[in-house]
Design a protein. Structure first.
Length: 467
């Protein structure tokens, strides 16, 4: 089976050649490195064991091309994510694929610490001497004198000198294999293929940490055609970043890495807990063994606080619960939101792309997330700010509660989130009222306890009884 997908979903509804082409610019080195990595995975027969960590940068869409396990890491944090995968599943083959801005700038601390630890991991580092995805800014590997959008007259020593990452990694005690390769001609591509395969094979053999730096072309932001970009790498990058093996230490290997225990009694004992289930007062999730909720509004509406109180209340009932906040760039006036998952046993994914319950504090949030509510779900919206909701799935129950108006009548506009939480409690019967109140006391303190409890009770009372 090919390591590449038969059709690249990056090009939605693409057909023919378009369905099999990458998003990379003509002459970009990433496509070549993808192929060399895929070939190595195929030759070693490890496709079903491989996990590729995609970076933030031009190759952020690596998961669209390689049919292996994939994780997307925050900018620079790929080595930390890779370590998590390796320690959670020691038999996996974990490959951290990163660019120069990702690895050598914001992720410098992560790659140094991961390399020094020396666990069997494979890092493929693509160095094209420029920030490609974000507009051609100066990177840690940009050459002295090289012009970029942030060094328009050329990089000077006052801006710092280019980092030689292969030499830096090779100087650490942890790594066992470090090599720098290039792509500008067939001979170098053959050597690059061998280096990448060796770096992966060392992990298959359990030997240790391997790092391959690949000098690659970026014609777009070098402002060169592909042939000229190859000459730039050969004539200008090689004197600064000489090719070759920087470290190759025969290692006895790590041996077997103990897999973590997930047995509840053992985990409970390790953290000083108890395997006994906590007392539970709720009858369980309202609609299923796992429930997804989304609370959304403008910045300052209190959606995040309400979500956190909801999660704490669920945990008090012995349920598993998670809270994932999302603060968009439009957080003042647009919509920021929180995803909450509550499960009888274990939350398997913390996101709620199709929530069972939506609490919307403003019109943009309702317009954006209302259509995503699961059939048979519930929408609670602030009818003080929105006269009528847009058309939604007929099976979805829509409940308007004047959260802002109730809060104003209580003398404090900011408690509208607690009004909404009360309405949620009343409409879902998800958890006992006493459990919500306990979470409010713990989370918000005693200073305005009477007002907070009154806001919650008012929201509860605003929900009409169901026939």
């Amino acid at each position: 089976m090919s390591v590449f997908y038969e059709r690249f979903a990056r090009h939605d509804h693409g057909a023919g050649l378009k369905a099999r082409s990458t998003h990379y610019c003509p002459g970009c080195g990433h496509g070549i490195v993808h192929r060399l990595l895929a070939d190595a995975i195929a030759r070693l027969g490890i496709q079903d064991r491989t996990i590729a960590i995609s970076p933030v940068g031009c190759s952020v869409f690596l998961h669209y091309y390689l049919d292996v396990g994939n994780s997307q890491a925050a900018h620079g944090r790929a080595p930390a994510v890779a370590l998590g995968h390796k320690l959670a599943n020691p038999e996996s083959i974990v490959i951290s694929y990163q660019g120069d801005g990702d690895l050598a700038s914001i992720g410098l601390a992560e790659i140094l610490q991961a390399a020094q630890l020396g666990l069997p991991l494979t890092v493929i580092f693509v160095n094209n001497a420029i920030y490609g995805m974000t507009g051609g800014q100066m990177a840690p590997t940009t050459l002295l004198g090289q012009r970029t959008t942030t060094s328009p007259t050329g990089r000077t020593a006052l801006m710092g000198r280019p980092l030689r990452m292969a030499e830096l990694i090779a100087g650490l005690d942890g790594p066992i294999y470090v090599e720098r390769v290039a792509l500008f001609d067939a001979r170098r591509r053959v050597k690059a293929a061998a280096a990448i395969e060796k770096a992966v094979r060392l992990q298959v053999e359990g030997k240790g940490f391997a790092f391959v730096e690949v000098l690659a072309e970026c014609p777009t932001y070098l402002h060169l055609d592909p042939r000229e970009a190859e000459r730039f790498v050969e004539e200008q990058m090689l004197p600064v970043f000489p090719l070759g093996v920087k470290k190759d230490v025969p290692g006895a290997g790590w041996g077997a890495i103990a897999a973590p225990a997930f047995d509840p009694p053992r985990v409970a004992s390790a953290i000083g807990g108890t395997p006994e289930a906590p007392p539970r007062f709720a009858s369980g999730c309202a609609r299923a063994s796992e429930l997804g909720l989304k609370l959304a509004g403008a910045g300052g509406d209190g959606a995040q606080t309400a979500a956190m109180l909801l999660v704490h209340a669920a945990i008090h009932e012995g349920l598993d619960a998670t809270h994932i906040p999302s603060y968009g760039p439009e957080s003042r006036g647009g919509t920021s939101y929180a995803d909450v998952r509550i499960a009888e046993r274990e939350v398997l994914s913390p996101t709620a792309p199709s929530p069972d319950v939506l609490v919307a504090f403003n019109a943009p949030s309702l317009a954006k997330f209302g259509p995503t509510v699961a059939p048979g779900g519930l929408v609670i919206y602030d009818s003080s700010t929105l006269a009528s909701p847009p058309p939604l799935d007929p099976s979805v129950r829509v409940l308007g509660v004047p959260c802002s108006a109730i809060a104003q009548d209580l003398g404090q506009a900011r408690v509208k989130n607690l009004v909404a939480l009360g309405a949620l409690a009343g409409a879902t019967q998800l958890l006992p009222q006493a459990t919500f109140l306990a979470a409010i006391r713990e989370g918000l303190g005693e200073q305005v306890l009477a007002l907070n409890e009154q806001a919650f009770a008012s929201g509860l009372a605003a929900v009409p009884p169901r026939a």
